[in-house]
Design a binder for this molecule. Structure first.
Ligand code: MCN
Length: 788
C-alpha cells in the first residue's frame, strides 16, 4: 500500500463548501426561533443615563426588550478573560450588555427579541437611549499617561506590565560594548478580521432537563462550553456546543462573545430558541480586532554586524475590555523578538493599556507576526547602517543548524532548524542576484518606478502548547489535545478529534494519518469534530496547534488501537504478541508468511467478543489525551518584490517567493493552501488594511468599501517551496503551518517597499504602505527629510 501521508490529496471538505451545501449557523432551520438584535452605543465613551424600551416593546412581533440592567442578574460572572498575565493585572468588568458606561462604539447596551429578524431590526429604532458623552482616549501613549480614562471606574488605563529580562546586566553590557546600535519604532496598525462568514449563534433549549444546544460560528466549542457555563452559572454538562461549518475565523472566533452569552440567557429566560447573526458592520465594530501595538526595538551589534543584544519595548492596545486572551497576545511573541538570530542577550517588556476602541485579541499569528516584523525590519535597518546586503546580515546571524536543539536567551528551546538552507533556497528561486542587478539597472536609468526586494526570515513558536509552560505564563487552561480512534465492526474507522477545523482541512489530514497507521483506505475513515456531545474533550483550533498536538493524539490513538488489536490477533493465532508484526493493515506471524489477519477481521472479533483473550474488553477503540513536551518552531524565508511608482506612491507586489519549513508534511497541497492564505493576510497588513478611527472613536473603516481586503487581483502568483527539517518533539516530526504565511509576509513586503524607496532617502514608513502614505513620504523626502 503506498503511503498516503505526504501526498497531495484534494480536501474532502471542499465539495460541500464549493457547491454551497455546507451548513453554517445561519442556514439552520429552527422552528419557533426568536431573533435577537443588539442595540449598540454610537459613542466611544458615554454614560448611559436612561434607556426607554416602551415604544420598542409595543412594536409588531416583539417578544422582549432588555437592557444591561434588566439582565444583570442573569449572569453569574462577567465575560471571561482566561489569561491574567500578571497577578496585579487590571480588568474592568465586562458584561454582555453595558450597564452604566459604554466604553467603545459598538458596545451592546440593549437587546431586542422578536419573532423575525426584520421585526427585531425595526424595533431597535424604538429603543430610546440617553447618553452623556464622556472624553475618549484612543491614542496609546495618551492612554499610558492616564490623561483621560477609558473606564471611569478603573482609575487607570494601565492593565499590566509584563517583562522578560533574563539578564539585564548582560543586555546593558552588550549595548555599552556595541560598535553599532540602532533604535527603531514601528506601529502595528489595528486590523479587522474579515471571516467570510460573520459570527452567529443559535441557542435551543431542549425540552427536558434544562439542557441547551448552542450552535455557534466558533473556533472553540469546547472552551466555549466551559466558559458559558461559568458566565451564566449553568451546569456545564447541561450545555452542548456545536460549531457547524465555520467560514473562517483567523483567531477572531477564538473567543467568548457577548452575543453568545446573551442568546443563552435569553433562551433560558424565554424558554424558546434564540438566534443572532452578525451584520458586517457589527463584525467590524464588535468582533475583536488584531494587532494595535507600538513597538520599540533596539539592536546592539559588533563591528562585523553580529547582533549581540535585542531590547524590545511594547505598548499594546487592549481596546476597551479584556476578551478571552487579549492580554496574553503580546506574550505569544515575547520570546521571539530576536527571531532566527543567535543573540546572547535579550530583554522584552510590554505594557497593555485600555482605550475606547473595540477590544483586541488573537488575529492570525497573534504576537508572532508583530515580533517577526520588528526584528526583520530592524535587521534590515542595521544592514543599511553598516552597508551590508540584507541576505548577508541574515546569514551571519542565523542560529547555526548544528546548534539545535537551541536554548534561546529568551528561555525557549527551539526544536530543530536549518535557517540558512531556507534562505538560500528562497534566494535562488527568486533569482536574488538577478533582482539586484535589475534594481541597479533601473536606478541607473533613473526610472520613476522603483524596484524593491525584501527578505524576511522567520521562526515562530506554535503547536500551542505544553500545559506546564502555559501555567508558567498564567494561562488558565491546558494545551493538550484529545483523540479517539474507533474501529467499527466491519473495519471502517471513526476518528473523534478535539480540534475544531474552520478551513484547515483536518478531516482530510487526520484521515490520511490514520490511513497510513492502520492500513485503511482514507475514504473508509470518518473524522468527527466540533460537537461537544460527540467529541467531549478538546482544546480546539488556534496557534497552529492542531496537527502537532491534535494530529499527534490521533497518531498515538492509532498506536493504542494496534496494541489492543495485536493482543486479540495473537490470541487468534495462538502466538505470542511479540511474534506478530503489523504490516499493510494486517497482522502476520513473523516468519510464517501464510498466516495473516486484516485489522477489519480483528475489529469483528472485538465486536463479537466470542473469543477474546482474558481481561481484554470488547470493542476496538482507543483514546489519547496528548500534552506536547514542547512547542514546534517552523521557519522559513520569504522574498517579496515590489514596484513603487514615484509619481503616485502606488506599490505593486510583482513577485512573491515563500520557502517554509514545517517539518514533515501530511498533505503538501493543504500546506500550500495555508501558506497562500496566510501570505495574502500578511500582505494585506503591509499594503492595504487598517482599522481607522476618527478623533471621537468612530470606526471609519466599518464596511468592506472602506476596509481594503485584497482580492486575487492585488496578488501576484505565490511561488511556494519548502525545506523539511523534522521536529523531534512529536513522533510524526511535524510542525504547524497555519500562521506561517502571515508571520513571514508583512516584513518581507515592507522591507521591499523601503528597499525600493531607499534611493530617495526614505528609511521609515508605517503600514499600510498606501499610495497616499508612500506619496507623502516621497514629498517629505523631496522637501528635505522624511519624517514619520
Ligand atoms: N499540515 C500538514 N503538514 C504540516 C503542517 C500542517 O499537512 N507539517 C496541515 C494540517 O494537517 C492541517 C493544516 O495544514 O490540515 C493546518 O494545520 P496547523 O498548522 O496545525 O494549523 P491549525 O489546523 O491548528 O489551524 C490554525 C491556524 C490558525 S492559528 C489560523 S488563525 C488560521 C489558519 O490556521 N485560520 C484559518 N488557517 C486558516 N485557514 C482557513 N481557511 N481559515 C482560517 O480561519
Amino acid at each position: 500500500m503506498t503511503a498516503v501521508v505526504g501526498s497531495r490529496k484534494v480536501r474532502r471538505e471542499d465539495p460541500a463548501l464549493l457547491t454551497g451545501e455546507a451548513r453554517f449557523v445561519d442556514d439552520l432551520v429552527v422552528p419557533g426561533a426568536l431573533h435577537a438584535k443588539v442595540v449598540r452605543s454610537p459613542y466611544a465613551h458615554a454614560r448611559i443615563r436612561s434607556i426607554d424600551t416602551t415604544e420598542a416593546q409595543a412594536m409588531p412581533g416583539v417578544v422582549g426588550v432588555f437592557t444591561g440592567a434588566d439582565l444583570r442578574d442573569d449572569w453569574a460572572n462577567p465575560l471571561p478573560c482566561a489569561w491574567p498575565v500578571t497577578d496585579d493585572m487590571k480588568s474592568p468588568e465586562h458584561w454582555p450588555l453595558a450597564v452604566d458606561e459604554a466604553c467603545f462604539a459598538g458596545e451592546g447596551v440593549a437587546v431586542v427579541v422578536a419573532e423575525t429578524r426584520e421585526q427585531a431590526r425595526d424595533a431597535m429604532e424604538g429603543v430610546i437611549v440617553e447618553y452623556d458623552e464622556l472624553p475618549v482616549v484612543l491614542d496609546l501613549e495618551d492612554a499610558a499617561s492616564d490623561s483621560s480614562l477609558a473606564h471611569e471606574s478603573l482609575g487607570t488605563n494601565k492593565s499590566y506590565t509584563w517583562s522578560l529580562v533574563p539578564d539585564s546586566a548582560a543586555v546593558d553590557r552588550a549595548f555599552a560594548d556595541a560598535q553599532h546600535t540602532i533604535k527603531e519604532r514601528y506601529l502595528q496598525q489595528r486590523l479587522i478580521p474579515m471571516a467570510i462568514e460573520p459570527r452567529g449563534v443559535c441557542v435551543i433549549p431542549e425540552p427536558y432537563g434544562g439542557d441547551f444546544t448552542i450552535y455557534s460560528a466558533t473556533q472553540i466549542p469546547h472552551i466555549l462550553k466551559v466558559m458559558l457555563g461559568i458566565t451564566l452559572g449553568l451546569a456545564e454538562h447541561k450545555l452542548r456546543v456545536v460549531a457547524p461549518s465555520v467560514g473562517g475565523g483567523f483567531g477572531s472566533k477564538l473567543n467568548v462573545y457577548a452575543e453568545e452569552a446573551l442568546c443563552l440567557a435569553l433562551a433560558n429566560r424565554l424558554k424558546r430558541p434564540v438566534r443572532w447573526n452578525e451584520e458586517r458592520i457589527e463584525n467590524t465594530q464588535a468582533t475583536i480586532q488584531g494587532r494595535g501595538v507600538i513597538q520599540e526595538i533596539e539592536l546592539a551589534a559588533d563591528a562585523d554586524g553580529n547582533v549581540t543584544a535585542v531590547r524590545a519595548n511594547l505598548l499594546a492596545d487592549m481596546g476597551a475590555y479584556l476578551q478571552l486572551v487579549t492580554p496574553g497576545i503580546p506574550l505569544l511573541g515575547a520570546f521571539l523578538y530576536h527571531g532566527v538570530y543567535d543573540v546572547p542577550a535579550y530583554s522584552f517588556t510590554c505594557t497593555g493599556v485600555f482605550t475606547n476602541r473595540t477590544p483586541t485579541d488573537a488575529y492570525r499569528g497573534a504576537g508572532r507576526p508583530e515580533a517577526t516584523y520588528a526584528i526583520e525590519r530592524a535587521v534590515d535597518a542595521l544592514a543599511r547602517k553598516i552597508g551590508m546586503d540584507p541576505a548577508e546580515i541574515r546569514r551571519r546571524n542565523f542560529i547555526a543548524s548544528d546548534k539545535f536543539p537551541y536554548d534561546s536567551a529568551a528561555g525557549l528551546t527551539f526544536d530543530s532548524g536549518n535557517y540558512a538552507a531556507a534562505l538560500e533556497k528562497a534566494l535562488q528561486l527568486a533569482d536574488y542576484e538577478g533582482l539586484r542587478k535589475a534594481q541597479a539597472d533601473r536606478r541607473n536609468e533613473g526610472s520613476g518606478t522603483h524596484l524593491g526586494v525584501g527578505l524576511s526570515s522567520y521562526v515562530e513558536m506554535c503547536g500551542l502548547a505544553p500545559s506546564r509552560v502555559l501555567a508558567s505564563i498564567n494561562y488558565s487552561a491546558g494545551g493538550w489535545e484529545a483523540a479517539t480512534v474507533r474501529l467499527m465492526p466491519t473495519g471502517k474507522v471513526q476518528v473523534v478529534t478535539g480540534t475544531t477545523p474552520h478551513g484547515q482541512g483536518h478531516e482530510t489530514s487526520w484521515s490520511m494519518i490514520v490511513a497510513d497507521r492502520l492500513g485503511v483506505d482514507p475514504d473508509d475513515i470518518d473524522v468527527l469534530h466540533s460537537d461537544t456531545a460527540i467529541s467531549p474533550h478538546g482544546m480546539d483550533t488556534y496557534g497552529s496547534r492542531s496537527l502537532a498536538v491534535g494530529g499527534t493524539a490521533v497518531f498515538m490513538a492509532c498506536n493504542k488501537v494496534i496494541d489492543k488489536a495485536r493482543s486479540i490477533a495473537a490470541h487468534q493465532f495462538e502466538a505470542a504478541e511479540e511474534d506478530l508484526e503489523f504490516v499493510g493493515g494486517e497482522f502476520r506471524v513473523k516468519g510464517a508468511p501464510g498466516r495473516s489477519m486484516p485489522l477489519a477481521e480483528v475489529a469483528f472479533e472485538a465486536f463479537t467478543a466470542h473469543n477474546l483473550p482474558e481481561l481484554v474488553e470488547p470493542s476496538l477503540e482507543a483514546s489519547v489525551a496528548y500534552d506536547p513536551p514542547n512547542f514546534t518552531f517552523p521557519f522559513g524565508t520569504h522574498v517579496a518584490v515590489v514596484e513603487v511608482e514615484e509619481e503616485t506612491g502606488r506599490v505593486r507586489l510583482v513577485r512573491y517567493v515563500a520557502v517554509d519549513d514545517c517539518g514533515n508534511q501530511i498533505n503538501p497541497l493543504i500546506v500550500e493552501g495555508q501558506v497562500h492564505g496566510g501570505v495574502v493576510q500578511g500582505v494585506a497588513q503591509a499594503l492595504f488594511e487598517e482599522a481607522v478611527y476618527d478623533d471621537n472613536g468612530q470606526l471609519l473603516t466599518s464596511t468592506l468599501t472602506d476596509y481594503l481586503v485584497p482580492s486575487a487581483a492585488e496578488m501576484p502568483g505565490i511561488d511556494t517551496a519548502s525545506t523539511v527539517t523534522p521536529s523531534p518533539t512529536n513522533p510524526m516530526g511535524v510542525k504547524g503551518v497555519g500562521e506561517a504565511g502571515t508571520i513571514a509576509s508583512t516584513p518581507a513586503v515592507m522591507n521591499a517597499v523601503i528597499d525600493a524607496l531607499a534611493p530617495l532617502g526614505i528609511t521609515e514608513l508605517d503600514m499600510p504602505a498606501s499610495p497616499l502614505r508612500v506619496w507623502d513620504a516621497i514629498q517629505d523626502a523631496r522637501s528635505g527629510g522624511h519624517e514619520r
